[in-house]
Design a protein around this ligand. Structure first.
Ligand code: GLY
Length: 329
């Protein structure tokens, strides 16, 4: 409640008389001037890549019924986790070089609470395990067998995540690759989602099976709070997608939020974080990273190393994919 009051005060809406809070927020014009597609009404959900459209719809089903951003992002990315067609997240994810599907996920709320799992096998909804860690344990992150034990103790069931299609692709890869993991810019489209609910609360979630045919035991940026995802209820939220090692080396999502804290728009903040990668990470042009961010008013932006990164937006008026700006053509 305290937070809600604060949001109303900050937004300067307390004097608008008989309108409900959702009406007031929805009708408010955004101040973002970073280019087309960067203004939005609240509630609002954004997520990375094309599979974000279906995930956003699942999140929107929560937000449009006055639900919380936290429930929305969990529900949203669960849709992708359960979709066998998405080969970089959850069920159907491409395995590591040993043929194991290992999962990374995290979730973070408006108030800085967060939970995370990494190197988790056989659980359909790692994001929900991450949320349970956040809400039921004194810890932030559980890994591998410990994370799976925790999940099973809390009612999750073992699910075979390796589909026939992904197994076949792994077998083809093994024949050609001589077991060498490679950096590629195709097989890493993590879903990251950030949302702002009608109460003015932010939340984010991130979930992935990681880079295809990675070394067994490899963990990427997605479950690392500050790398794959960061939320600060006073400032904004950011998620990363793409080549996790580059994001981890620059703590990308935290950097985006800190850039916004220093006054950058969400678009500029993402651009600055991409530029940091280009300055600090050798061979950055061999990989792809995209950042997606929003501030507490629902202004948003995205920026990637290479052209081709898109993100999905869903609010009352919009339900579409938008191409990000990029450092390289
Ligand atoms: N961004 C996902 C990964 O690198 O695992």
């Amino acid at each position: 409640m305290g937070n809600r009051r604060k949001f109303i005060r900050t937004a300067g809406l307390a004097t608008l008389g008989a309108m409900s809070l959702p009406q007031m927020l929805k009708g408010r014009a955004k101040q973002y001037s970073g280019g087309p597609g960067n203004e939005s009404s609240i509630p609002l959900v954004l997520s990375t890549w094309q599979h974000g459209l279906a995930a956003n719809q699942a999140a929107w089903n929560v937000l449009s019924r006055h639900g919380s951003a936290l429930d929305a992002v969990e529900n949203g990315v669960m849709q992708t986790e359960a979709d066998p067609g998405g080969q970089s997240v959850g069920l159907g994810g491409l395995p590591d070089r040993d043929g194991k599907v290992t999962l990374d996920a995290c979730i973070m709320d408006h108030f800085g609470n967060c939970g995370s799992v990494c190197f988790l096998e056989g659980i359909l909804h790692p994001v929900s395990v991450a949320r349970l860690i956040m809400e039921q344990t004194p810890h932030v992150m559980l890994a591998g067998a410990g994370a799976q034990k925790f999940a099973l103790e809390n009612g999750f069931k073992i699910t075979e995540l390796l589909t026939g299609k992904s197994r076949k692709e792994w077998e083809n890869w093994k024949r050609k690759s001589m077991y060498q993991p490679v950096i590629n810019i195709e097989n890493h489209d993590t879903i990251g989602m950030i949302a702002l609910d009608e109460q003015g609360n932010l939340a984010g979630a991130c979930t992935t099976s990681g880079i295809a045919f990675k070394m067994h035991g490899r963990v990427g940026d997605s479950p690392i709070i500050g790398a794959g995802l960061y939320v600060d209820g006073e400032i904004g939220a950011a998620v990363a997608t793409g080549h996790g090692e580059m994001v981890m080396k620059t703590l990308g999502s935290f950097l985006v939020v800190e850039n916004m804290r220093r006054g950058s728009s969400p678009l500029k903040a993402c651009e600055e974080a991409v530029k940091r990668i280009t300055e600090k990470v050798k061979d950055y042009e061999k990989g792809q990273v995209g950042f997606l961010a929003m501030d507490t008013k629902g202004n948003y932006g995205a920026y990637s190393i290479h052209k081709g990164f898109n993100f999905a937006i869903r609010n009352q008026e919009e339900n579409e994919l938008i191409d990000s700006e990029s450092y390289l053509p």
